[in-house]
Design a protein around this ligand. Structure first.
Ligand SMILES: C[C@H](O)[C@H](O)[C@H]1CNC2=NC(N)=NC(=O)C2=N1
Length: 117
């Protein structure tokens, strides 16, 4: 299994297939801190990251935003004092695509680098 962090998002179209249950089981091993939650009949990957204050949370938010722009795939972000909630799903297919797992893995990388800095 290739590393999700080494992959690039593919351009997604309305007819793109959602990930299969088998793919979910494989991919989720690389993003163990994320949960799959269904909201409004849409499955999404969600994780809440903790920070020392609002400035740190906002800085992380900006880094994730830059990643999203670079990849052309965008999250829902809830930035609060001390935490950032991140949700990934693919709007066009109203569910989860490999892109979402790639982005969750890359979001974890940003947090790891951030926490280490
Ligand atoms: C035109 C633009 O590339 C598309 O609308 C992209 C933008 N970012 C996106 N982000 C996500 N999460 N899902 C999408 O379907 C999506 N589509």
């Amino acid at each position: 299994m290739d590393e999700l962090t080494q992959m690039k998002c593919e351009a997604c179209h309305a007819g793109a297939p959602k990930v299969t249950a088998e793919e979910v089981e494989i991919y989720r091993r690389q993003v163990p801190n994320w949960v799959i939650i269904e909201r409004d009949n849409v499955q999404r990957l969600e994780r809440v990251y903790k920070f020392k204050d609002f400035v740190a949370a906002l800085s992380f938010t900006q880094k994730v935003g830059r990643l999203a722009e670079d990849e052309g795939h965008h999250p829902a972000l809830l930035t609060e004092w001390g935490s950032v909630g991140v949700a990934w799903w693919t709007h066009k297919i109203h569910g989860l695509h490999r892109n979402d797992f790639i982005m969750a893995a890359k979001t974890d990388e940003i947090y790891h680098d951030f926490a280490a800095s």
